[in-house]
Design a protein around this ligand. Structure first.
Ligand SMILES: *Cc1c(COP(=O)(O)O)cnc(C)c1O
Length: 397
């Protein structure tokens, strides 16, 4: 039998492959250089242009660019009116920002367990945790697969709760033929380099509501308005503006916006390639009994940001950590998304304890994020599959 590298065998590949990598081409570089030669490095024309483009790409009526996906979540919660004493329901299988945004507003994050097959927040758990304090649901489209929007929307509307989609993974995905970003009350995006499109750092909030849109603009920029209809006092002159609320400086630069526009041109190409790779992975792994393939709901036409390999430890003589190390020895360098948020010491200090979401906790013990990015070659994909197969074959019970 082919010996895994961790046991002294030859690795499936010589060069390391990582779980994600941005793709920057000459057009991206030119777009950034043009801004650097222009009059505006920030607060210039590229912001409006990128916002318009995001609306075209997602079908949302309004887009508000901001400095990162975390800032987007923060201003979305503020726009939804989240404040001290409120509760915000989210999933633990996400980046910490999905819950931190509630804490920023003085509210309490409440963790709902996941569906054990799709790994997304389970609407029935959201319903069970809803009470009169619930102000918003932050539903994460984990790996890029849409959450069950119909069910969540009906529930949120019924109880007057804002549905905020944390769509950091979701760009390029549609739900029932409609692009994510144009469905929930607000959808936040992230353009961090590991995400499907990047602006270096960057984020956005998408919404169809003019009311939310106006609030988002205020919270992005100090709570300052130049719109006379919003002003409390008479204008002193052309220079006049007013701070009418307490906002942040979460602006994006024109340099980043230009990169984003250029990256969005490539979204169809990025999306197609990611789907292709996922299909090859799914086909290969669905034949391996020791591996569970993430279930996709038929409503979601998914552009996958992450590919989750889920092992069945009861069928293997190694655990997830050992499987992860064995892949690394094959030069397939993976990651784990995510450590349940409430495991973190900061959350422990707030009183959260293990055992809260058993399905999420079990998933965490069994998951590994495999390499998935646009520029992966077919050989890269084959190497990853070969490494997984080799490890499973050697360590199967
Ligand atoms: C990346 C990410 C964020 C935060 O985005 P940043 O741009 O890094 O601030 C939030 N939620 C999820 C699910 C993410 O993956």
């Amino acid at each position: 039998m082919n010996k895994p590298a961790i046991c002294g065998g030859t690795p499936v590949r010589k060069e390391k492959i990582f779980y994600g990598h941005q793709y920057i081409d000459e057009a991206d570089i030119q777009a950034v250089v043009e801004v650097l030669k222009s009059d505006y490095l920030t607060c210039g024309p590229k912001i409006a242009e990128a916002e318009k483009k995001l609306c075209e790409v997602t079908g949302a009526k309004y887009a508000v660019l901001c400095s990162n996906g975390t800032a987007a979540l923060h201003i979305a919660c503020l726009a939804a009116g989240v404040k001290q004493g409120d509760e915000v329901i989210t999933t633990p299988i996400t980046f910490a920002a999905s819950a931190n945004c509630a804490l920023y507003c003085g509210a309490k994050p409440v963790f709902a367990d996941i569906n054990e097959e799709t790994y997304n927040i389970d609407p029935s758990n959201v319903k069970a945790l809803t009470n009169e304090k619930t102000k918003a649901v932050v539903a994460v489209d984990f790996t890029g697969q849409s959450v069950e929007l119909d069910e969540l929307l009906v529930h949120c509307r019924k109880h007057g709760i804002a549905l905020i989609e944390d769509g950091a993974h979701v760009i390029g995905t549609s739900y029932k033929g409609q692009k994510n970003g144009s469905i929930a009350d607000m959808t936040t995006l992230s353009f961090h380099p590991v995400k499907t499109v990047t602006s270096g750092e960057g984020g956005a909030v998408l919404t169809n509501s003019e009311e939310y849109y106006k609030k988002l603009l205020l919270y992005r920029a100090h709570g300052i308005t130049r719109d006379e209809s919003q002003m409390v006092h008479e204008s002193d002159g052309p220079w006049y503006y007013e701070q009418i609320d307490l906002g942040m400086n979460y602006r994006m630069t024109d340099i980043q916006a230009a990169l984003l526009i250029s990256q969005l041109d490539k979204l169809p190409m990025f999306s197609a390639r990611r789907k292709e790779i996922v299909k090859v992975y799914d086909e290969a792994f669905s034949e391996i009994p020791e591996i569970t393939v993430q279930r996709e709901i038929p409503e979601s036409d998914t552009t996958r940001h992450l590919y989750i390999l889920r092992i069945k430890p009861e069928m293997l003589s190694i655990d997830r950590k050992q499987f992860f190390d064995a892949l690394a020895a094959e030069n397939v360098c993976c990651n784990v998304h995510y450590i349940p948020t409430y495991y973190f010491p900061y959350y422990e200090k707030l009183g959260y304890q293990k055992g809260l979401c058993p399905k999420a906790e079990r998933l965490y013990e069994e998951m590994i994020s495999l390499p998935l990015y646009y520029a992966m070659t077919d050989e890269d994909v084959e190497d990853v599959i070969a490494a997984v197969k080799k490890i499973v074959a050697y360590f199967r019970k």
